[in-house]
Design a protein around this ligand. Structure first.
Ligand code: ZN
Length: 506
């Protein structure tokens, strides 16, 4: 629990010397850091001023004694006005209390946040104070309702963090985006999602080696037994070496038996032989323990000493896997949005999350009816970060990963319609995307092509992966189709067929 210490922060600000800070914007950029907040504990609100206008209000739940606000749909009731909220709620009502932070740079003295009304929508905009002619950066949107408190949905890539100094959290909130300022500058000719959905670079690298992923908390998957837990290591290891535990992967049956014991295990080549890599450890004793457990289960487990730099990554197996029956394929499907993240909002308030959740579930049913093993990154309408989606795919040793989205551009561009499918760098990803796109276009969707992009979930997953944009929720042609349940079934069939085409061809 975080308690806000006013006296300490005031002292800090005094030490910093506000006058000096005010005249030296460059200094601010390096002076302050940010601390991450659980996005469930903080909310951006359009707060009414008078009867027609709104301004940004940020509330944070700091202590748990009292609720700071209540939400019903996008309607918000601030509750903190009814009690002394010191130490319980954080609140920021103006530019002294909040600013934007872009590309890890504090732009508090260069950009101003405001809410602009436009055709019934409130856009949260950051405008440059230096260059009044520069187009503002859109941070989020809310529905405009005169005299009411309405929650603001932040655009993809944006989150709320707190300013900190020397590790000490201050009372100032950031609307923060990890992308560079240049990348966020609006380019009206590009579809909105190309700019805003592009995932932010992660500050913490994802552990991709199977050895390190063994220590991560287990993501529960029905029917998957608990992984083998190596006991505490006691034998010292040679620095710079890893200890790889492998079992010859002679048959699919052996491979599946290994996966039942260690869901993280994956197939790879070792001296030309196909093996299951069951673990990779920096400590030799941990590897020995795992080897002994496997031997008790009658597996011919061996240990190889490998220099750290020569450690194979799961991605090396993507193109070397032997043909596996459809029924053994594990596919991870990722509904692109859910929970507090509605994704794009289109015509007639059509939410991207509504569209993609329905389609994803239908794709899952269709693939399961073909005997494939399907894992969803989320089972209900819940919020999910990008990194855990990748981990779910890796931990389930997925053969394929498909993320499902709907596209959006400004509501003033209804003529933009069509499906597009993305891959990242690999030939297998391109092939998968190609099959899906071909089937989508066969439903009558306009063909916007197979494209390469650096979306986080397809860039960080090691297996062949694709990201589908089924159509535009803002499109005059697409929106009614996407709102129609039977057309969504057609789109789901197209995606499932594309996946099956790929599986049968490989
Ligand atoms: Zn999306």
């Amino acid at each position: 629990m975080k308690y806000f210490n006013w006296s300490l922060n005031l002292a800090l600000l005094a030490t910093l010397g506000l006058a000096q800070v005010m005249t030296a914007p460059k200094a601010v950029a390096s002076l302050f850091q940010q601390t991450e907040l659980n996005q469930e504990d903080v909310i951006a609100i359009a707060s009414p001023i008078g009867t027609t206008r709104h301004q940004l209000l940020i509330l944070e739940q700091i202590g748990s004694q009292r609720e700071c606000w209540a939400e019903q749909g996008d309607s918000v009731t601030p509750l903190l006005v009814d009690f002394d909220f010191t130490g319980i709620c954080g609140r920021a009502t103006d530019s002294n209390g909040y600013s934007i932070r872009v590309g890890n740079e504090d732009l508090g003295l260069q950009y101003t946040l405001r809410l602009a009304a436009e055709n019934g929508t409130l856009r949260l905009l950051a405008s440059s104070d230096k260059d009044r002619t520069a187009p503002p950066i859109e941070v989020g949107r809310a529905t405009q309702r005169a005299g009411e408190f309405v929650s603001i949905t932040l655009n993809p890539g944006w989150r709320i963090t707190k300013r900190s100094y020397n590790g000490q959290e201050l009372g100032h909130y950031y609307l923060s985006n990890d992308q560079s300022l240049t990348a966020l500058q609006p380019e009206p000719e590009e579809p909105r999602n190309v700019l805003s959905v592009r995932p932010a670079p992660s500050s913490t690298p994802i552990p991709l080696t199977p050895g390190s992923s063994v220590t991560l908390p287990t993501i529960p998957v029905s029917g998957t037994p608990s992984p083998v837990r190596p006991s505490t290591p006691s034998v010292p290891s040679r620095a710079g070496y890893n200890y790889r535990v492998t079992v010859p992967a002679t048959t699919v049956r052996v491979q599946n038996q290994i996966r039942e014991l260690v869901p993280d295990a994956f197939r790879t080549l070792l001296n030309g032989q196909m093996v299951m890599q069951v673990g990779l450890f920096s400590n030799r004793q941990t590897a020995v323990n795992l080897q002994n457990q496997l031997r008790r289960d009658n597996f011919v487990a061996s240990i190889q000493e490998v220099p750290e730099s020569a450690t194979p990554r799961p991605s090396t197996t993507a193109n070397t896997r032997p043909s596996t029956p459809v029924s053994r394929r594990v596919i991870v499907l990722d509904p692109g949005h859910g929970g507090r993240d509605p994704g794009a909002v289109g015509r007639n308030n059509l939410y991207e999350k509504t569209v993609v959740n329905d389609i994803t579930r239908k794709v899952a049913d269709l693939l399961e009816s073909q005997g494939m093993q399907v894992v969803l990154t989320r089972n209900q309408d819940s919020t999910l970060d990008l990194e855990p989606r990748v981990q779910i795919a890796e931990r389930n040793n997925a053969d394929l990963f498909v993320s499902i989205h709907a596209n959006a551009i400004s509501l003033s561009r209804p003529e933009v319609n069509g499906a597009e499918t993305y891959f990242y760098s690999s030939a297998s990803g391109r092939q998968l995307a190609g099959y899906i796109q071909r089937n989508l276009v066969a439903t009558g969707m306009r063909d916007r092509g197979v494209r390469e992009a650096r979306f986080y979930v397809i860039r960080r997953t090691s297996m062949p992966s694709a990201l589908v944009e089924v159509g535009f929720v803002t499109g005059a042609q697409d929106a009614p189709r996407l709102a129609n349940a039977s057309f969504r079934t057609e789109l789901a069939e197209a995606i499932a067929d594309g996946i099956l085409n790929y599986v049968r061809a490989n």
